[in-house]
Design a protein around this ligand. Structure first.
Ligand SMILES: NC(=O)c1ccc[n+]([C@@H]2O[C@H](COP(=O)([O-])OP(=O)(O)OC[C@H]3O[C@@H](n4cnc5c(N)ncnc54)[C@H](OP(=O)(O)O)[C@@H]3O)[C@@H](O)[C@H]2O)c1
Length: 267
């Protein structure tokens, strides 16, 4: 691989903090290799703190051989403010998970997490259409998923999050964009969910609490994760132990990989 990197190689990145758990560089470089494009492009991990992120973005405008980057935790919402232009979906969601550098140095942001989640689920044979869904989280991934679930015709959406203001703001924005959809923030004892989704970062660290309380898992048919490392989170282990259908975070990333590379001009 190193031999294929020349003075003409365009650098792609994954910007996150931490970044060591990211699977994106390995997956992207494998895809580029399969397509004979490794060397034209290479993807590298870029660990940047939230504090330094704005200055780093300014620097990327000056880096002429920078093609673009996948933007991950905790930068997605701020990236939407720092990009020079947003695609309609990134504007709707209010967050960015991929930026591209145009020839003139302008940075264009898009958001593919939601479509990636729905496509990953569809690839495993599950549809969100007409489903009653519990979504936990109100950050970048959760916001993107909420709008994608609404777009793909879920029957109802219950959103939960640690910080109440964030969940009220997200539900309000989804209701505004999809007035016919039932969006709630309250769980009733009798509630039943066809699909429950963890879109928080809970599960990444060994002692994290479960994002969905143990008794509530009983009210869900399928339990899906966004967390990708570890692949088998404590939530999925608990759900599997209760005999539920489980869906890991890997298909969500795999489903949007080629879309990410295409947006950065690498396909
Ligand atoms: N599989 C994939 O392709 C894929 C794609 C995107 C993201 N992800 C994963 O999805 C997760 C979320 O990513 P993101 O980009 O949405 O991050 P984010 O924008 O920083 O949002 C983090 C979310 O997690 C919640 N959270 C964090 N720590 C918590 C805690 N201790 N207790 C309760 N809630 C907590 C936050 O709640 P507050 O609002 O209260 O802070 C927020 O809802 C990460 O694990 C990320 O790796 C996976």
């Amino acid at each position: 691989m190193l031999a294929s990197i020349t003075g003409n190689t365009k650098i792609l990145g994954v910007i996150a903090d931490p970044v060591s758990q990211a699977r994106t560089p390995a997956m992207a470089n494998r895809l580029l290799d399969e397509r004979g494009r490794l060397g034209d492009f290479v993807m590298l991990p870029m660990q940047v703190s939230a504090e330094d992120f704005p200055a780093f973005i300014t620097g990327l405008r000056a880096l002429k051989n920078f093609g673009g980057a996948v933007v991950s935790m905790p930068h997605k919402a701020v990236a939407a403010h720092l990009a020079d232009e947003l695609t309609p979906n990134a504007r709707l969601v209010g967050a960015v998970n991929v930026i591209r550098r145009n020839g003139d140095g302008r940075l264009i942001g898009t958001m593919l997490d939601g479509e990636g989640f729905v496509a990953g689920l569809a690839g495993a044979g599950y549809s969100v259409k007409d489903a009653h869904i519990l979504l936990v989280g109100a950050g970048g991934a959760a916001s993107a998923i909420a709008f994608a679930l609404a777009k793909h015709g879920c029957a109802s959406l219950c959103i939960q999050n640690r910080t109440p203001d964030r969940v009220s703001a997200l539900s309000e924005r989804v209701r505004h964009a999809y007035p016919q959809l039932e969006v709630t923030t309250a769980i009733h004892e009798t509630s039943h969910y066809d699909i429950a989704i963890n879109a928080t970062s809970l599960g990444m660290k060994p002692n994290d609490e479960l994002p969905i309380a143990n008794p509530l898992i009983r009210h869900c048919d399928l339990v899906a994760e966004c967390v990708i490392a570890p692949e088998m989170t404590p939530l999925l282990q608990e759900a599997s132990g209760q005999g539920k259908v489980i869906h890991t975070g890997v298909p969500m990333l795999a489903a949007q990989m080629h879309l990410m590379l295409a947006f950065m001009g690498a396909e």
